[in-house]
Design a protein around this ligand. Sequence first.
Ligand code: GL9
Length: 790
Amino acid sequence: MTAQELQKAVLRHLELSLGKDLAHATVYDIRMSLTLAVRDQVIAPWFESTRKTYAAQSKRVYYLSMEFLIGRLLEDAVNNLGLKQTAQEALDALGFDLTQVIADEPDAALGNGGLGRLAACFLDSMSTIGCPGMGYGIRYEHGLFRQSFHDGVQIEEPEDWLRQPHGWEFARPEAVERIGFGGTVEAHDGRMRWSPADAVLAKAHDTPIIGWQGQWANTLRLWGAEPIQAFDLEAFNRGDFVGAAEQEAFARTISRVLYPDDTNGEGKELRLKQEYFFTAASLRDILRRFLSEHDDLELLPQKVAIQLNDTHPAIAGPELIRILHDEHGLEFDHAMALARNTLSFTNHTLLPEALERWPQALMARVLPRHLQIIARIEEAFLAAQPESPVRILEDGDVRMGELSFIMAHRVNGVSALHTGLVKSTVFAQLHRTFPDRIVNQTNGVTPRRWVLGANPRLSALITDRIGPGWVDDLEQLGALEPHVEDAGFMADYAASKAGNKADLAAWIADTTGIAVDPAAMFDVQIKRIHEYKRQHLNILETIALWQDMRANPRAGWVPRVKIFGGKAAPGYVRAKEIIRLINDVARVINADPVTGDLLKVVYPANYNVSMAEKLIPASDLSEQISTAGKEASGTGNMKFALNGALTIGTLDGANVEIREHVGAENFFLFGMTAEEVVARREDPQHQAKAIAASPRLAGALKGIADGTFSDGDGARYAALLADLRGHDYFTICADFDSYWNCQRQVDAAFADPARWMRMAALNTARSGWFSSDRTIRGYMADVWDITPLI
Ligand code: GL9
């Protein structure tokens, strides 16, 4: 497609789809017209992929996920279709700037963090590899809340991405499924029949996901809930206007809003309904497609692979058995075996509070038949494993982790360390019973979005030296390694980082009003705010550093900009205290003329995918400092390494594998190992001893306690301090000195720019393994048993 052709297509959509004349077109109008013109280019490969899948009678993969943290789609699409340059020229001729048009698209924030972003990277990789399949999820009207700070305190406001039409999707009013809740179960001619009391319609909305170079496209199908009957005319005529719309209100509530909790299984009835709603709609859709191609249910595991992204869709096990047994009349055990051979399950966290449990009484009320089926699944399990202490039904709860494990033929963890811990802790008993079931699939990230899209400077440099093949074969980055000895390459590499940093400094000035020195080290921690991720360890080190700098301002300090980004779950009080503390500390330090440009702290509000795309390419240092054993994998850590930020991190999650790949000498390691953390907690005085042994830590804590950062209000952080001094489960204190010392090694390395840049370039060259293409190939081989169609 030429720029002229694209321009014509944009103008046609502007007129015919938007009803606007160019003379009055806004950025929004142009963005929508370009979106529609680009979407037109996706249709042919999309249809072609579907035709090939049918022609090959191929197995398909269905990725069921409560969350898809997509972000913006326009830039991804033009990049994957090779239309970036063309689009730029087309818009230039119309008097619009592509960058500005791209930035006009709202982020689709249908996820909380890593788990949802992983699902989005997987969709991109499946389309790039040619793995036939679909993503299934919920079309939330409101994604993750918008964050702002009022006097440093997090305020949440509803997010509204659908206020403007979503240009990428196709509504499918004809693809609806009726989803029931509640009601009764009765035996009928030897079969159980569930008669739900309430029902809603699940309506499909399809977004095509185009792979690299437009060779393949899959579908993301999101379900929106709608009432069966828009409104009750009889009630309306009686004058009962509220009652007339009741049905509608109940239905729409189901897909209204994404639960903002992060690794915290909140046992709310609406959440259970959301889980069943999208899982049941997806299974019906899957079975209808399967039965249109095959007439033998025996073939199901050969033709269908269903991946459960965490336990959120775990009701798929009982629901599939219900369909096969109650509706199709298969023997229960037979139905269970077919379901198990079709399903597999990914565990994403070991935090006990994140393992979903539903009260049996609630399940009996909302999904009465499913509770009966779950009891039979447990019965069958115990009949085969009479010695096993494992129960699905325990303490009045349904344990969704155990249910998912027992109903899956493969269970995977998301990094080598995490998978080992899955085997030795949460699912230790089940692992003994089924020693071949658990496999590891270390997470990955898509290089199309996280290098090519986010970092055009670095991408151009890489392509210039090793050719363009790295974009869908990321291990080719290894070919950069010899260039590290080339002064010309290293100068260009440093210049690309400097350019990104200058851009970010301008953006920071724009959005926060804080002037930062682009030559300073950009030290970045961006992720959900959580005690285990230890943003408070970072801020304590910041305070200690500031105190040292003030005591001796001319000691040759390495200037730093500490950058934070992230949201706290609205109900997570301690995380919100940490946010306020960071903002309080930032206000005081940024105003200090003694430290000036030596130290700045910035915390732009409303961190999201698009902000990550700005921050990561401009980072020097990547903070991956979780308490060892707590971060299942991390995926931000991979994005930073690829973009040439050095990691300061613990031996946690995928940090372990990143360090192995980039080399220990190119990674700043500190802190206790997972085993050492567990052992240290045995000593109830571990935090007191650490504070007594570290005057710096004691000084930083005292600075908070005496109100230095809170206008003299010593009580503001009393609870946080009491926790650190009294209990400190996340071993902030015990790891503090190790972290401080490691940060000073970071300073020394940064003070030698040639050495630093060499380490950074080696991180880029050696991180090719962390592509989600590699991860998806692993799932295809070890879990889904499917081969690509391109
Ligand atoms: C998470 C883990 O905590 C991360 O370590 C992991 O990288 C991702 C993807 O596997 O999954 N599990 C989880 O519940 N979240 C993760 O990020 N939380 C959110 O998505 C908010």
